[in-house]
Design a protein around this ligand. Structure first.
Ligand SMILES: *Cc1c(COP(=O)(O)O)cnc(C)c1O
Length: 418
């Protein structure tokens, strides 16, 4: 039995059956490559689902963890440490918002945002305002797995087994301005969006829809909440994806790449919204600990020093261009979209999408498939053009082989277009 087989067997006995893992045992990494137990390198175009922004074994992260862990790992939020104010200063600067709260994950940051919105509406009501408790979320949204976050997440499969979910959530058709207008009322305390939906298939909001959401929320004192957990922190070439639209939300949430692989989430909000909380209303034991704060500061410094926003834009544009060239040769690629290093290639078949992910893995390239038919690329921000070329060559080979196989056996599958 190999080590991987032993671990697999043990996990299948000992863990809750929540994951369907790929059969690889990773033990290390360097730069854009992650390395398995046999020393085989894989080009990582997924970066731990958008987390490892600086790749693997980056000295800025490794050195900061070493230094900070010798000094102080945890204090609780009963006392001061040096990191939170410093990190809040950076994050308020780069989000355009005024105050921060630190959590340990995306879903936790989102819970805080939902609680802020309900508390904010409650205060308005107590002052005689006409504002309800309803959340408007979008179809295909993904906001996390805890109860509140799950309740604002669209797909039935995430919510239904756990019913009843948190009440007071209504879903609006994605990018449908008329549906948004029809469902918006003074009952709504917040509109919940991702500027670019991640799990939902790398789908950007239209400017019209985003602007209407902003205008409607402002018209009643409801809040616009932008979930930037996947698209934020520079992945799209700007610190926040909403900055591409020139729209400012009242609350935003950050997580995945925030501390370069150390678990951390953050909520940023306006000064006005921040007064919805007072001491004791919300908190966390671990959130905003000295280690996570120090690493997040190091990640931000590194993104700035190494010019990674510009690199994400440049390499991301190149990646999309190359995918479009590929789409001209392979008609099973029906759409290429995204921004910076948040990129998707939508295929005309779920089977092909699955196959492509598996074939890429065989060629030692990590990608994944979301929304059944969408190949998703969330590479580290340090990605270079040469890595893109490697991925495109592999994809070209895979699609070429697939087409040849289907041309040889046209009765199989049977849904060839054109
Ligand atoms: C991943 C994700 C979350 C949840 O983050 P976790 O850290 O997994 O809890 C929430 N919103 C978006 C947009 C995400 O991509």
């Amino acid at each position: 039995m190999t080590k991987l087989d032993q671990i697999r067997a043990a996990e299948s006995r000992l863990l809750l059956p929540t994951y369907d893992r790929n059969p690889i045992l990773f033990t290390g990494g360097q730069g854009v490559h992650i390395v398995d137990e046999q020393g085989e390198r894989y080009l990582d175009l997924l970066s731990g689902i958008g987390v490892n922004a600086l790749g693997y074994n980056h000295p800025a992260i490794v050195d900061t963890i070493a230094r900070q862990s010798r000094a102080l790992i945890h204090t609780s939020n009963l006392y001061f440490h040096e990191g939170q104010a410093e990190l809040a200063l950076r994050l308020t600067d780069l989000t355009g918002l005024d105050r921060a709260f630190f959590a340990n994950s995306g879903t936790e940051a989102w819970e805080c945002a939902l609680k802020l919105a309900r508390a904010h509406a409650g205060i308005k009501r107590s002052q005689g305002g006409n504002i309800g408790t309803k959340f408007l979320a979008l179809e295909q949204s993904f906001h996390g797995r805890t109860f509140g976050a799950m309740s604002t997440t669209y797909k039935d499969k995430y919510r239904e087994p756990f019913a009843p979910v948190v009440p007071g959530v209504e879903f609006v058709r994605f990018n449908d301005v008329a549906d948004l207008r029809a469902k918006f009322s003074t009952e709504v305390c917040a509109i919940l969006v991702e500027a670019i939906q991640g799990e939902g298939g790398v789908r950007p909001l239209t400017p019209e829809f985003f602007e209407e959401a902003r205008a409607l929320a402002s018209s009643t004192g409801a809040l616009l909440i932008a979930d930037e957990i996947q698209c934020g922190m520079g992945r799209t070439g700007k610190w926040c994806a909403y900055q591409h639209y020139g729209i400012q939300p009242d609350i935003t949430t950050l997580a995945k790449p925030l501390a370069g692989g150390i678990p951390m989430g953050a909520v940023l909000c306006t000064e006005e919204v921040s007064h919805s909380f007072h001491p004791g209303m919300h908190g966390t034991t671990f959130g905003g600990g000295p280690l996570a704060c120090a690493v997040a500061i190091a990640v931000i410094d590194c993104i700035e020093k190494e010019g990674l926003l510009a690199q994400a834009t440049e390499v991301g544009n190149y990646f999309q261009d190359q995918l479009r060239v590929l789409a001209m040769r392979h008609e099973s690629i029906v759409d290429v979209r995204g921004r910076g290093l948040m990129i998707a290639a939508e295929l005309d078949s779920a089977d092909l999408a699955k196959l492509a992910v598996a074939e890429m893995l065989k060629r030692h390239i990590l990608i994944n498939c979301t929304s059944e038919t969408v190949l998703r690329f969330l590479p580290p921000f340090i990605l270079e053009r040469a890595h893109v070329d490697t991925a495109i060559a592999a994809l070209n080979e895979i699609f070429t082989e697939y087409t040849a196989a289907h041309a040889a056996a046209p009765s199989v599958g049977g849904h060839h277009r054109g």
